[in-house]
Write a protein that binds this ligand. Structure first.
Ligand SMILES: Nc1ncnc2c1ncn2[C@@H]1O[C@H](COP(=O)(O)OP(=O)(O)OP(=O)(O)O)[C@@H](O)[C@H]1O
Ligand SMILES: [Mg+2]
Length: 235
């Protein structure tokens, strides 16, 4: 397993947000975490990327115990995190934002990969000298993903890929997840867009109030009508 988390307990002050979460992601796998608002999805991703520390449990990544490693070391080991809200720097140009992604890997030239990002997202090449704040929501998400790819990750974690985006763009970005996967990268997707996510994921976890309420294949989750209706609001 590329990523293996066991028994993660994470809280904010007195409030526990994750009550013993175990999760795995293999190389070349798309793993999705679904759950309603406040379920703990962002807390989980921030813990896996070293931005929050767990009170209990352990995380191993690519053969290393990374339970207590800070975020910048995890980036070097190959974990890249597209945060909720994208984290694009609006005043900086597209190319400057991309350079930030490559920084952890010794800069754009050494990191390579810029051509590949422009190939995946031609619009970023067209807009390379414009401030990122002038891009549409979908283009900003592409920029955030491109920036993460420039850190040459083994695992790309994306918090709410589809949030606020038109269905056509969501579809395009989900297709891209598939392309990335065929190149051997693993993807951990946190989502509320149930249907699009179940189409692209290999395995899925359902997070309910900081507990894993289900894990299995998308087909197995679709068959759990009660869980789908109660926690994901689908009919
Ligand atoms: N900085 C914080 N301080 C205190 N409590 C927090 C903080 N961040 C999150 N929480 C709480 O932790 C729980 C899990 O929040 P989290 O943001 O991880 O959920 P989420 O599944 O990402 O939700 P959403 O779908 O709204 O993004 C919630 O009860 C939330 O109120
Ligand atoms: Mg969240």
């Amino acid at each position: 397993m590329l990523l293996q988390a066991e028994g993660l307990r994470v809280g904010y002050g007195e409030m526990m947000a994750l009550h013993g979460i175990s999760l795995q992601a293999g190389a070349g796998e798309i793993v999705a975490v679904l759950g309603a608002n406040g379920a703990g999805k962002t807390t989980l991703l921030r813990t896996l990327s070293g931005l929050l520390s767990a009170r209990a449990g352990r995380i191993s990544f690519d053969g290393h115990d990374v339970s207590r490693r800070p975020a910048h070391q995890l980036v070097r080991l190959g974990i890249s995190h597209v945060p909720e809200g994208r984290g694009v720097l609006a005043e900086l140009t597209v190319i400057e934002n991309l350079q930030l992604g490559a920084y952890a890997r010794g800069g754009v030239r050494k990191s390579g990969g810029l051509d590949r990002v422009f190939e995946l997202f031609p619009v970023l090449a067209e807009r390379r000298d414009q401030p990122a704040g002038m891009l549409s929501g979908g283009e900003q998400q592409m920029l955030a993903i491109g920036r993460s790819l420039l850190a040459r990750p083994k695992l790309l974690m994306i918090d709410e890929l589809s949030l606020g985006l038109a269905p056509r763009i969501v579809h395009q970005l989900m297709d891209l997840m598939h392309t990335i996967k065929t190149e051997g990268l693993s993807v951990l997707l946190v989502e509320q867009n149930v249907h699009q996510t179940l189409k692209v994921a290999d395995r899925v976890y359902l997070l309910v109030n900081g507990h894993i309420a289900f894990q299995g294949t998308p087909d197995a989750l679709r068959a759990e009508g009660d869980l789908m209706r109660t926690y994901l609001g689908t009919d």
